[in-house]
Design a protein around this ligand. Sequence first.
Ligand code: ADP
Length: 266
Amino acid sequence: SANVTTARTGGALIPGVKNVIAIASGKGGVGKSTVTSNLAMALHRSGAKVGIIDADISGPSIPVMFGADDMKPTISQVNGRNLINPIRQYGIKLMSIGFMTPPDSAVVWRGPMASQALRQFFADTDWGELDYLLIDLPPGTSDIHITLVQTVPVTGAVIVTTPQKVALADATKGLAMFRQPQINVPVLGVVENMAYFTPEELPDHKYHIFGEGGGRRLAEQFSVPFLGEIPIVQRIREAGDEGRPAVMEEDSIQGHAFRDAATELA
Ligand code: ADP
């Protein structure tokens, strides 16, 4: 129940938000933000109200992936309090460190400043009613991860990995982090990204470029659900760069793969 969650993390509930789901990876570049944006759109398509907090201070990519990198959040006064209005794009509410300018003309976010900004995304942002608030975490295990669980009750974490050995080693560390007693966030499952490549002219072939089955094995090893595998598809990369998550291309390989993973998660 909500009370148990609050007691566990010490974080305050966000009124109106039913589930806070952290999307994590050990290693950078495995497609964590791509998976976050496409899962969000897939959940939205199934009728859920969805928001994303992009907490990846080292490389906030949610604004670009949603074609929202020119947008700036506005501030409203609600009962004498200043609240940030999240950006709305394709029916999803977005907040990103990429929308904010670092204070004191700093060019990079330092840890404590970033943690403070992240806190505002939870405490001072008008999220309204949401079924899912997805948090795109920075790769690895950092201050931000600790801040997160101390600030809000995280319902659970999803681990994104490629089947490659180095990615799996880091994903294992990430998974173990959520299980530490002082963090203690349930792991909802593993998504294996870049699982295989199928050329258009050889539709029955699967090339396991980064190795085979590593994500599923990781899930088995930790007795958590395997949420699915996402193939390497050129349109996934292109659509990310174009600012329209590829899952929106309904009748496509990636459309089915991301929707299946979202169904497993929900
Ligand atoms: P991370 O958030 O883990 O750093 P990104 O989501 O930014 O990773 O993905 C890294 C790059 O790989 C991006 O250019 C993205 O478009 C691309 N990418 C991610 N997943 C896939 C996929 N399944 N097929 C093709 N390209 C992908």
